[in-house]
Design a protein around this ligand. Structure first.
Ligand code: SF4
Length: 901
């Protein structure tokens, strides 16, 4: 309203002047600036900090990159590498051997390294980076990238040498750290400045030479002003120190601290020449001595015009009173004085009285004045909004009340966006879930369902109710029965909810053309993302929208998981003479040891192999930081001294820690013969493997779905013998063709029996829980099982499961009913989840099929359905608390289901 009144007043007379008084001007400057600009004027801004300019900001970042608790963190290196405002160093150096290697960082490699080798920012981080970067690259692809990144970091550190700690400087003299990780030659480094002042002058000089005007917008103050201001204040500081004969820090953290204090304390002079003296915005004390035609007093609440006495350091109340310092009535007396002046400083004074606002009563002097003036009349002015934002806001309020807006909305379809969430929650509440005595929901309910209680997938059928496998129709969707119990559900996804009929809402919720995906090759994880929520799959996998990942203090869960994977693989490779990614041809070859349990090595000897693998896979465990020490204890059950003793004398040792449980678990599955580790579908066919289903066994409607092409790596493939004593591994009478999905209708016989295992790491879920999820919620076990069968005619997958590396390692397994002898073999912890649940859709309620094959076929149907919906562009959201909490795009999803809903 103050601005509105000002505008009216200034427009009436071209010579009139106005002063607006705001007691809390300091905190409102940017608001006033915006409001004043709305009426075509500008005000001076005197408190622009040096870092509000991009050059000032990046200079500060560069100065502090090796300083403090976040020094040389991944984030700071990444941002310095990405920005284009200032160059951290100038280098015209050529690589001594390989001209392909340039001093340029690879950001993905930095991120992977930080995660994989657990490099966190802080004191000592530079050493950890250089140590990790100086290790030989793992793959040919990384050779050039890694040495380029290593060279860039070395140059960065060298150029920043005058600002670094002594410990960091000494690293730049260590031969092994400055030797190229790939070329094995000493890398030439840029020259460093002598002392912080010279470094600063050189940086400012290089900025002057290459001022990047193209990155500046009209509002930018400009690099030259920042440089001038910095140099001026820096010179003044040095002159002062010289005159006072002060010793000032020449380099290192002391110099950085001093410079940061300087940077934080100076502000940039306002370079906006256009100032308008007809309107001034001032605090009450600034107004003393000023006059104008109109004075407007705004922001007069007690919280804005504070009447409290400021505190005096090191002085109690009593002492203050005694010395008559900062009297408690001081501020109010001053305020009364200012108010007196303001009332007579202009021809007209308008006081914007906040009395009507209960939450912000007027400040004391205003209250006094109002009470002491009996002749005050209520004066109501009708003010029109002046800023485009206010005009739009007013229109919005009118629309909510059903009144016609003055201006048509910019995007009429967006008006209903705030209602999306209510509509979605309303639809969720209306999802059918009462089955009463019918036991399961009718098939027509499918189109009204778009969320799932995942525990229904593995739920036991309540007593007295028919199990899904024997129910009159299949697949079933469970619900709440008349006695309040829930019946189990066969995964009804992918959901295809019907449109609401409100076009604007439907168009935002997947019922629109144009989002169709052309995915030529699917991975199990991509399918799973689309399965959990098609909107998330589309945004995350199709449009690649996701949150930037931040590095956590603790070891990344993926690094921990990968490490356990590799240790497991190394044990098998070392003892069974296998290779990662290479399949053992058990049809044409024999090997001495079929499994670890049969290898005649003791558990202690196998533990020795595992620890040797750990030492080579995780060199960062040698570090003495808290995370490494803790992880070492968790992984090996040993403290640092015990581990160091063992490294000095590597002997067979009792299995302990997570690694120990992997060893123990291997002895509990001694009847299987591992034949593949990280078996890659690409090795069979570069173009992936096509998975197709005949319509009569495709769930839920027995309608043909387009085939999909898949790729991926199977963590572990085991072979199972045909007899209890483990002698017959091959059935020579078996067929040499691909196993049919529905075995019951054919006389097909397998040549080999196979088990597919997916290795997982989880600290929070029990092994049974994780196995159930793998089997009933995810798709990879079924996809990998079928892909193996297709790639290996004659092989029949008779078991799949999740092997969980946790406090204990457990190899879980869901197995086929067709071969009873495998129940008696040591092949893992056997589950019977699918037994009551699965049959083929073309069977009646007295099925004779193998439930395991029926499960496999159903999961493949779900996969094909998910891929088909993605092709058709069905990208509707299917919110559920479980999925939304971990959704990488939840920040941009308006219908997400949040905790506590
Ligand atoms: S937040 Fe929930 S509903 Fe939204 S995209 Fe993610 S998973 Fe789907």
């Amino acid at each position: 309203s103050a601005i509105s009144l000002t505008q009216q007043f200034l427009e009436k007379d071209s010579k009139s002047t106005v002063i607006i008084i705001d007691p809390s001007l300091d905190s409102n400057t940017s608001r006033w600036k915006r409001l004043v600009e709305n009426i075509g004027l500008s005000i001076k801004d005197n408190n622009k900090s040096i870092t509000s300019d991009s050059y000032g900001h990046w200079l500060k970042q560069l100065i502090t990159i090796g300083h403090g608790a976040n020094s040389f963190s991944l984030e700071s290196l990444r941002t310095i590498a990405i920005q284009k405002i200032l160059s951290p160093f100038e280098s015209d150096l050529n690589h001594p051997i390989n001209p392909e290697i340039k001093s340029i960082p690879d950001l993905q490699l930095l991120t992977d390294l930080a995660r994989g080798e657990h490099v966190l920012g802080g004191p000592g981080a530079l050493g950890r980076w250089l140590e990790s970067l100086s290790r030989s690259p793992n793959s040919d692809i990384d050779e050039i990238k890694k040495e380029s990144t290593q060279w860039w970091l070395l140059n960065l550190a060298k150029s920043l040498q005058p600002l670094l700690r002594e410990e960091d400087i000494s690293l730049l003299k260590e031969k092994n750290l400055i030797t190229g990780c790939h070329s094995k030659t000493i890398l030439p480094l840029v020259k460093s400045s002598i002392g912080g002042d010279e470094w600063l002058v050189n940086r400012l000089k290089s900025a002057n030479n290459s001022t990047t005007f193209q990155y500046m917008d009209n509002n930018s103050i400009g690099t030259p002003l920042v440089i001038q201001t910095l140099l001026k204040y820096h010179q003044e500081l040095r002159n002062m120190q010289f005159n006072l004969k002060h010793e000032y820090p020449k380099s290192g953290p002391g110099w950085v601290e001093e410079y940061l204090t300087l940077m934080n304390s100076i502000s940039l002079p306002d370079n906006q020449l256009k100032s308008n003296s007809r309107l001034r915005i001032l605090t009450p004390n600034q107004t003393i001595g000023c006059t104008a035609d109109l004075i407007i007093l705004a922001n007069l609440s007690s919280s804005s015009w504070d009447m409290r006495v400021s505190k005096m350091p090191f002085m109690g109340e009593e002492e203050r009173h005694r010395l008559n310092l900062l009297r408690p009535d001081g501020p109010i007396r001053k305020a009364r004085h200012f108010l007196k002046h303001l009332l007579f400083a202009g021809e007209k004074t308008i006081i914007l009285d906040p009395s009507l606002d209960d939450s912000a009563p007027p400040t004391a002097p205003i209250r006094e004045w109002l009470l002491s003036n009996e002749n005050i009349e209520e004066f109501i002015v009708k003010l029109n909004p002046i800023s485009p934002r206010d005009i739009r806001q007013l229109d919005g309020k009118r629309l909510i009340k059903g009144i016609k807006a003055q201006h048509p909305p910019i995007n009429p379809t967006s008006i209903s966006i705030p209602l999306d969430i209510q509509l979605q929650r309303e639809r969720e509440r209306r999802q059918p879930d009462i089955v009463d005595d019918k036991q399961y929901l009718a098939n027509e309910s499918r189109k009204y369902i778009f969320s799932l209680d995942y525990s229904d997938l593995s739920r036991k059928t309540p007593n007295g109710k028919t199990i899904p496998r024997n129910f009159s129709s299949w697949p079933v969707i469970g619900g709440i029965t008349e006695d309040g119990k829930r019946t189990p559900t066969i995964d009804p996804r992918p959901f295809i909810p019907i449109p609401t009929g409100v076009d604007v809402n439907d168009s935002r919720h997947g019922h629109v053309t144009g989002a169709g995906q052309k995915v030529t090759i699917w991975s199990a994880s991509r399918l799973h993302d689309w399965l959990k929520c098609p909107r998330s799959g589309w945004l995350n996998r199709g449009l690649r929208a996701e949150q930037e990942e931040l590095q956590s203090e603790d070891l990344d869960a993926r690094t921990h998981g990968n490490l356990l994977h590799f240790v497991h693989h190394d044990i098998l490779c070392h003892i069974l003479n296998m290779e990662i990614g290479e399949e053992f041809d058990s049809i044409n070859n024999k090997r001495e040891n079929t499994s670890i349990g049969n290898s005649h090595l003791s558990k202690n000897e196998v533990m020795k192999v595992a620890l040797e693998s750990l030492d080579s896979r995780a060199p960062w465990l040698d570090r003495t930081d808290a995370v490494s020490t803790h992880r070492l204890q968790v992984l090996t059950g040993m403290n640092r001294d015990e581990y160091n003793d063992w490294l000095a004398n590597p002997i067979p040792i009792e299995p302990k820690g997570r690694i120990g449980t992997i060893v123990e678990a291997e002895f509990s599955i001694s009847d299987v013969m591992p034949i593949g580790i990280e078996w890659d579908i690409n090795d069979y066919d570069d173009a992936g493997i096509e998975i197709d289903l005949p319509s009569e066994i495709t769930s839920p409607e027995m309608q043909k779905l387009p085939p999909i092409i898949v790729r991926g790596q199977i963590d572990r493939v085991d072979q199972v013998p045909f007899d209890k004593s483990g002698k017959v591994w091959l059935n020579k009478e078996g067929r040499n063709s691909i196993a049919p999905l529905k075995l019951i209708d054919s006389d097909w016989k397998p040549r080999r029996l196979i088990i597919i295992r997916d290795l997982k790491t989880s600290e929070s879920k029990s092994s049974k829980e994780r196995h159930n999820i793998g089997l009933l919620e995810e798709l990879q076990l079924a996809i990998y099982a079928r892909a193996w069968e297709i790639a290996h005619p004659g092989d029949l997958v008779v078991g799949v499961g999740i092997s969980l590396f946790s406090h204990n390692t457990t190899h879980n397994l869901e197995i086929s009913n067709s071969f009873q002898h495998i129940n008696q073999l040591d092949i893992g912890v056997i589950s019977r989840i699918t037994e009551d649940l699965y049959r083929f859709p073309n069977e009646n309620n007295n099925p004779s099929s193998d439930q395991f094959r029926a499960w496999l076929t159903h999961r493949l149907s779900v996969s094909l359905g998910v891929a088909n919906n993605a092709t058709l562009g069905k990208v509707h959201p299917t919110p559920s608390k479980k999925v939304c909490s971990y959704c990488p795009v939840k920040q941009i999803c308006d219908v997400k289901m949040e905790d506590g809903f």
